[in-house]
Design a protein around this ligand. Structure first.
Ligand code: IFM
Length: 450
């Protein structure tokens, strides 16, 4: 094994999201989100699970932040629930909702940890009619961003507009496996644009409200796409367009890719893109967050039910080890994404804002032995280190997730945490991976896999 040391000041973090951990969905004036509605609709989430209680972080954040301190985290990435701040998605702020995040931020800072705040991690206020298919939602998002920035901007210096807009658009509006559960591919493209417009307008609102030193970012779940056969080459190009370039190109000033527009001409004429929108989307940002879990291998074929891709493209499962999600384990995709960003887009600092794995953990006495998760993390950190050596401006790494939590349509059965949560008692137990991560942070490095 080789000792791999990361650059001084490398950010070591862990990430969570509001609906997945907070619970307390009916407290202190929080409004309904599309995920409350979706999860409460029978058949949408395995076991009928909802985020009603989740990891009860709303009431236990003090103890949870204390664990972050004990882990030695330099940063904590969390999200704000829009419906806590604006219960109907518009209008004046709900004071009690903002107060919660005020206390949380103080607790994080008081523990010597840098808060990294995501404004939108999928819990859209239910009252916003039309959701992301409505252009107005982008304007409402900018208003919400300003409210949160005005309250927390004196203490939070790292801001993210959206988490994984691909999921919001394609899982929410094309495959329908996420809220709001619509299966209308044309609407998914409209949602992409309104999400990106929200990002641009939100970035401008943040710039107006925040000190000049604040850092603004977006987090994308970029895909490492490859064809399973020579015949699948064009399918891979199309998937790459819909997964990556549809976000990256407008973000970096090149507008929506011509081939993506051509490929989707039977669904839409793209008239939802108005003059000036692409300039708004290209408002400069300071950092790009990349979430990576697994590679994407595709071929020409018949899309599986619930596929977010066009109906003539199938996803192929390459041989080799998988996580409990059934996702292939292959860290090389992370390297491919990072070097591609370096080679094909303007220079920008990058952080890996999510990476981790679900496994069927077993709690025995006071321990969870999870060597597969440690191995998964080590492999991906090895690749991250390689990327830095290859000139990628990689500034940090956040493990997904700090705690076991509500894994969206999979409910509580899939555990991504480095800390185990017993949902019946809300007792937290550190998994072996948490102890391992603590040592990685302390040493600012790992024993690499190669
Ligand atoms: O749990 C999710 C998270 O909310 C967004 N990125 C992927 C994770 C694992 O599926």
């Amino acid at each position: 094994m080789t000792r791999l040391v990361f650059p001084e000041g490398f950010v070591w973090g862990a990430a969570t999201a509001a609906y997945q951990i907070e619970g307390a969905v009916g407290e202190d004036g929080r409004g309904l989100s599309i995920w409350d509605t979706f999860a409460r609709t029978p058949g949408n989430v395995v076991g009928g699970d909802t985020g009603d209680v989740a990891a009860d972080h709303y009431h236990r954040f003090g103890a949870d932040v204390a664990m972050m301190r004990d882990l030695g985290l330099s940063a904590y990435r969390f999200s704000v629930a829009w419906p806590r701040v604006q219960p109907t998605g518009r209008g004046p702020a709900n004071a009690a909702g903002l107060d919660f995040y005020d206390r949380l931020v103080d607790e994080i800072l008081g523990s010597g940890i840098d808060p990294m705040l995501t404004l939108y991690h999928w819990d859209l206020p239910q009252a916003l009619d039309g959701g992301w298919t409505s252009r107005d939602t982008a304007a409402r998002f900018a208003e919400y961003a300003a409210i949160v920035a005005n309250r927390l901007g004196d203490r939070v210096s790292r801001w993210t507009t959206l988490n994984e807009p691909w999921c919001s658009a394609f899982l929410g509006y094309a495959s329908g496996v996420h809220a709001p559960g619509r299966k209308e591919p044309a609407e998914a493209l409209k949602a992409v644009h309104h999400l990106m417009l929200a990002h641009g307008l939100g970035t401008r609102a943040l710039r107006d409200a925040l000190p000049a030193t604040a850092e603004v970012s977006i987090v994308l779940n970029l895909a490492a796409v490859s064809p399973a056969s020579p015949e699948g080459k064009d399918a891979a190009r199309r998937v790459d367009g819909l997964a990556n370039r549809i976000f990256l190109d407008p973000l970096f000033g090149a507008g929506y890719p011509a081939d993506v527009k051509r490929d989707t001409a039977d669904l839409t004429d793209w008239s939802f893109v108005h003059d000036g929108d692409e300039a708004v989307i290209a408002t400069p940002i300071d950092l790009l967050g990349v979430n990576y879990y697994s590679p994407t291998v595709v071929d020409l074929g018949t899309a599986e039910p619930d596929s977010p891709w066009p109906h003539d493209i199938e996803t192929v499962a390459p041989p080799g080890p998988r996580t409990a999600m059934g996702w292939p384990i292959d860290a090389s995709g992370l390297g491919a994404i990072l070097t591609r960003l370096r080679d094909e887009y303007p220079p920008i600092p990058v952080m890996i804002t999510e990476n981790g794995a679900a496994f069927d953990d077993e709690l025995t006495a006071d321990a969870v032995r999870d060597p597969e998760r440690v191995d998964y993390l080590r492999r991906h950190l090895t690749v991250a280190h390689e990327a830095i050596r290859a000139g990628v401006d990689l500034r940090g790494y956040f493990v997904w997730s700090l705690l076991d939590n509500f894994e969206w349509a999979y409910g509580y059965g899939k555990r991504f945490g480095i800390i185990h949560v017993d949902y019946a008692t809300q007792r937290r137990v550190w998994k072996d991976s948490a102890y391992w991560y603590r040592e990685v942070i302390k040493a600012n490095g790992i024993n690499g896999t190669a």
